[in-house]
Structures are given as structure tokens and as C-alpha cells.
Design a protein. Structure first.
Length: 277
């Protein structure tokens, strides 16, 4: 099959903005994505590529601030080539692999994620930061909220590690469906996925751990709600933001009575673990 490659310049994009771009392209029948070196590569089969597609992209406000270039790829079995180049992620005692990967090394946590997008597969720094912070958490949660669950990877790891009850939440319909698919791949039984906004959750729902790998503005705007949903002495783990945003996030978190107990960094990305007092 022949494919067309779109390369978007995402140099100034937040994690959430890139996820929005991917979800919009997915609705236009793009079927695979790769994020690296401040660019997003998106692929669509040549039979779905026409002037009407370009018009839809150009008229969509989401794409207007991003430049892109288009390449015609050779007629090869790109699916096989892409799968061959899509490597499992291995760190600590965790392996994150696609359904087509063979198990070549034993680990305590074997997580299967269908890689329809690059985020939530373990290849992005913030996903690894979240998993690392969860691995080092000296705390055993029983009820967990995965706020902005994406592929569901954090929920899946939570069930495998703690056998906890998890509510996975994402307002993006694509993420909602992808989470359900990945939960089935991992035979998880204690994860409930919902397509609701966090503001719609009843405050009677109390969690002893809340996970949020999202963007800076969403974190700041949601902290008041998160505080109401987090049990006393509960933990909040957040990532999805650059180190330069730490101060404004931490100032807001401190205002709501959250105190830092750990912090992790990878390149320009940060992850913070808070305790609720």
C-alpha cells in the first residue's frame, strides 16, 4: 500500500496540544503517527489523499498555527516496516510492548499497548516519568483516578502493581475507545473507563491516588476539583509540563494544601508527587 506522509512542526506544542492534533487527524482517516525531534509525522493511505483532505486541514482552526510538509512515500509494506521499527520500551522492571511484539525478556510488569499514537506507549518522557514515580511510591492505593487516561497505560500499570480499583477518565472519545481496547489486551478487570469531564464527578467519590499526565493549563484549572476528590494524606502525581512551568503549578498546588514529596525530571519534562494535607 502507498502512503502519504504529513510532517507537522510541533516545536512549541504542549503534550495536550499534540494529542489534540492526533485525535483530529485520526478523524480524517490518518491511521498512524510518530512523534520525535519536535515534529509529528502522520500517515494516510494514498487513496484517501485528495484536495478535499487538504481543504479540511487548512480550514480547521486547530491546524492553523502549525506548518506542515507532505511527502509521497514509496510503495512498500509500510505497516511491516513500521512494526519492525517500533521497539518495545524497557526500563526498571517494566516492559511496554505492542500486541505484535514477542516476549523476549521477563519482567514484573508486562504492559501491552496498541500503538495508534506515540503518547502513552512509553516512548514519551512524561509517560516514563509517571511510571517511574508510581514505581517508587511508598504507598499502596486502593482507589485511583486516572485523569486524562489516553491509552490507559497508567491505569493498566496501577492494576498490575496494586490490584487497585481504578476510574480512567478522558473527554476525548478516541482516547476512551483506545483505553478500552488496551484494557482488554491486558486482561484487566478492575478498571472502569468513562468519557466524562472531571468536573462531573461527584465529590463523594474519594481517591487515595490521582494520576494526571496532562498539560499545564488543565492541571492548574483542575487543582481545586482534584483537591475535593483526593482523600486526606492521598497522593497526586502530575506530569505533561516543562520545567519552566513548575513554579506556577507548585504555587497553585501549595495554595490548595498539597506538598511535594518527590520530583522527577527527564530532558525538559517534569513529574511531581504531592501529598494532600
Amino acid at each position: 500500500m502507498k502512503f502519504i506522509e504529513f510532517i507537522f512542526n510541533t516545536n512549541s506544542c504542549s503534550l495536550n496540544e499534540i494529542e489534540i492534533i492526533i485525535s483530529q487527524l485520526y478523524l480524517l482517516d490518518f491511521d498512524s503517527f510518530e512523534e520525535s525531534n519536535k515534529v509529528l509525522k502522520a500517515y494516510i493511505s494514498s487513496d484517501k489523499y485528495d484536495n478535499h483532505l487538504i481543504k479540511k486541514i487548512n480550514e480547521n482552526d486547530i491546524f492553523k498555527k502549525y506548518s506542515f510538509q507532505i511527502n509521497n512515500l514509496e510503495n512498500k509494506n509500510w505497516n511491516n516496516i513500521w512494526e519492525a521499527n517500533f521497539k518495545p520500551v524497557v526500563f526498571d522492571d517494566i516492559i511496554i510492548r505492542a500486541p505484535f511484539h514477542k516476549i523476549e525478556k521477563k519482567s514484573n510488569f508486562d504492559i501491552v499497548i496498541n500503538p495508534k499514537m506515540s503518547f502513552g506507549t512509553g516512548h514519551h518522557e512524561t509517560t516514563r516519568l509517571m511510571l517511574k514515580s508510581m514505581s517508587k511510591l511508598k504507598f499502596t492505593p486502593n482507589k485511583i483516578l486516572d485523569f486524562g487516561c489516553g491509552t490507559g497505560i497508567l491505569s493498566i500499570f496501577s492494576e498490575k502493581k496494586w490490584d487497585a480499583n481504578i476510574l480512567a477518565l478522558d473527554i476525548d472519545k478516541w482516547a476512551y475507545n483506545n483505553s478500552i481496547e488496551n484494557i482488554k489486551h491486558n486482561s484487566c478487570k478492575k478498571i472502569e473507563v468513562t468519557n466524562l469531564d472531571i468536573g462531573m464527578l461527584n465529590s463523594d467519590n474519594q481517591f487515595d491516588l490521582i494520576l494526571a499526565n496532562i498539560n499545564t493549563n488543565t492541571i492548574i484549572n483542575s487543582l481545586a476539583r482534584v483537591k475535593k476528590l483526593l482523600q486526606k494524606e492521598g497522593r497526586l502525581i502530575i506530569s505533561g509540563f516543562y520545567f519552566q512551568d513548575f513554579e506556577k503549578i507548585n504555587n497553585k498546588a501549595t495554595h490548595f494544601g498539597l506538598s511535594i514529596i518527590n520530583k522527577f525530571e527527564n530532558n525538559d519534562w517534569q513529574c511531581i508527587v504531592y501529598r494532600n494535607s
